[in-house]
Write a protein that binds this ligand. Sequence first.
Ligand code: AMP
Ligand code: MG
Length: 491
Amino acid sequence: MMQSNANLNIGWNFNNSYARLPQLFYTKIKPEPVPSPNLVVLNQSLAESLGLNPDALKLEEGIDILAGNRIPDGSAPIAQAYAGHQFGYFTMLGDGRAVMLGEHVTPSGDRFDIQFKGSGKTPYSRGGDGRAVLGPMLREYIISEAMHDIGIPTSRSLAVVTTGESIMRETSRTGAILTRVATSHLRVGTFEYVSKWGTDGDLCILADYAIQRHFPHIENNENKYIALLKEVIKRQASLIAKWQLVGFIHGVMNTDNMTISGETIDYGPCAFMDIYSPETVFSSIDTYGRYAYGNQPYIAAWNLSRFAETLLPLIHENQDEAVSMAQNEVTGFSDIFKENWLTGMRNKLGINNEEPEDEVLIESLLSLMEKYKADFTNTFRILTLNLDSKEVMLNNDEFKSWHKKWLERLERNQASEINCHQLMKRNNPAIIPRNHRVEEALKMAEEQGNYYTMDKLLEVLENPYAYSQEQKEYTTLPEPTNQPYVTFCGT
Ligand code: AMP
Ligand code: MG
């Protein structure tokens, strides 16, 4: 039964600014109660950093909240409206199976959206059942937390509960709800929605809200809307560079899955690449490779053009002038991305000063990795540790000649050898959530209700740069198979 006004000692401190925006932007709706909630994973350290009491969240009342069966004081649940370009085509979307409980303000004053994924139907559900199943919710939990620990801006995962319901997909699956935490859920798609169905006044309210929430330092800029575009471009360029530097493939970079905050969001068919190839695609629905690893920076720029278009009426009263100003910013994305990427690659190779030829050195390593089908993460781990390895590439003359050039380049560094080695260690995660290890953990959890493998994986992923002995087993590749690894949209 739905209960409200729970007066629990969890530490919630809701202040729901989004729910004070125009009605057009959202629908008030409560999560649908579930029959039999059971907590399967709680993020103790995240709870603590939010000022929440993890012990209270583990009690029956706490679990009832994480299942949507009990609404805490101060929460004003809503489903957000948004649109988006999916695989290039404009569509009306919105939270079809998500409900935002509200914005929790931490003791240090930081504001976070607390959102359920899989908590029932909303007016934006279209044909869907509003529900989610256990495997994909645990997958989002594992990968988002791994991303955070690698040092990549992302939404976080506070908890997963099973609901006691069976959910029909291709087979009957265990129902689950993920509690997601993000600095906001403002998306490029939120702007597309308001730009299409709202007035210029609504758009102005949304843009001002985004500025206030994420970029308060530009509030007094002469043209704060072009400054907003600039900031989002900067954040996204930095984010996508970080993805590229660890071989992360989002899988479904639709504009509704691109945040204004610059956090990674919506872990559906995402995966980390093992063997380096720019063409790598895992998603079952990405038939043409639109969202392939090597395409991610181009797609980000394309998405940012859609964002820029929504801002045109705010940027300048003269349309032509607005277009030219916006275009100028979007064109700048590739340079900003490149700068971030080059700095990151230099760091990965332990290079601490800049030389114009560095890019050639980096590109030639990547070409060799592609040619000899080298594992992305392990190549940098091996270079960092100066390991002997049986990897085909490493025993090849072409690589040996590259290696010699690299060592010569390191001699021109402006820092000690130890410092450069530390630089590599800080920039090359020794482990990533490898697909076969994630799948193994999910299988145990879903099929046997056994969380041991997942908990161990989560623990080891907490310190990706530890270079510890216990991580070694997580660096091994899957057994070779003829079947490519395929991921599915989080269902
Ligand atoms: P996503 O792939 O998670 O970005 O979702 C794309 C759109 O489909 C969003 O509007 C979701 O809310 C909606 N959606 C996905 N799965 C469901 C579901 N089971 N029921 C209702 N809506 C869904
Ligand atoms: Mg989405």
